[in-house]
Design a protein around this ligand. Structure first.
Ligand SMILES: CC(C)(COP(=O)(O)OP(=O)(O)OC[C@H]1O[C@@H](n2cnc3c(N)ncnc32)[C@H](O)[C@@H]1OP(=O)(O)O)[C@@H](O)C(=O)NCCC(=O)NCCS
Length: 151
């Protein structure tokens, strides 16, 4: 089945965010800071006009890399019946290309659920720091991918 990756409005991310990332919680927990900021963009993986995967990208620096421009990947999810077919990998690869074009950052980072570690390690991200708890969501690890080492 052909998967198309395309830019989508944030409102189209909320159903999958809710189902896969904030199940049982109020819908407002799916509204992330910066969702509507100017530089932010959202990509959807589409099959037969249905959004089956999502990723969002924010202009956001890490405090430990002050004065160095960063981009954050967040809200990555794929509908249950389409998992383990490479959809998240495709979304991450497309988001990385688009991020380089739009934001030209020095690095991309994300906070990933421990259960998804292999996904990010397999896409060239490295672990930084120790695992940490995000309130009511579970244990996460921070990942980073350097894009440029220039100052
Ligand atoms: C995590 C998630 C986005 C992965 O999406 P996906 O489309 O199934 O991922 P891919 O098919 O591209 O997987 C690529 C690789 O990541 C790893 N991986 C993906 N899902 C995994 C899982 N549930 N357990 C272990 N490894 C996993 C595997 O190494 C996989 O390669 P393989 O299938 O050849 O073994 C999806 O399972 C999901 O939406 N989960 C619920 C929400 C969530 O946890 N999101 C991540 C927040 S950080």
């Amino acid at each position: 089945m052909k998967v198309e990756i395309t830019s989508i409005e944030v409102s189209k991310c909320y159903p999958l965010r809710h189902e896969m990332l904030r199940r049982g919680k109020p819908l407002e927990t799916c509204y992330f800071d910066g969702d509507n900021s100017e530089g932010t963009f959202h990509l959807g993986a589409i099959i037969d006009k249905e959004i089956i995967g999502i990723i969002s990208v924010y202009e956001k620096d890490l405090t430990q890399f002050k004065n160095s421009k960063g981009a954050q990947f967040r809200g990555i999810a794929v509908a249950s019946k389409h998992q383990r077919k490479g959809v998240a990998s495709k979304l991450i690869n497309c988001a990385e290309k688009e991020t380089k074009k739009r934001m030209n950052p020095k690095y991309i980072w994300l906070n990933g659920r421990i259960s998804a570690n292999k996904l990010y390690l397999g896409r060239g991200f490295d672990l930084i720091g120790d695992p940490f708890e995000i309130n009511t969501i579970g244990i996460h690890q921070r990942f980073i991918k350097m894009i440029s080492y220039d100052n």
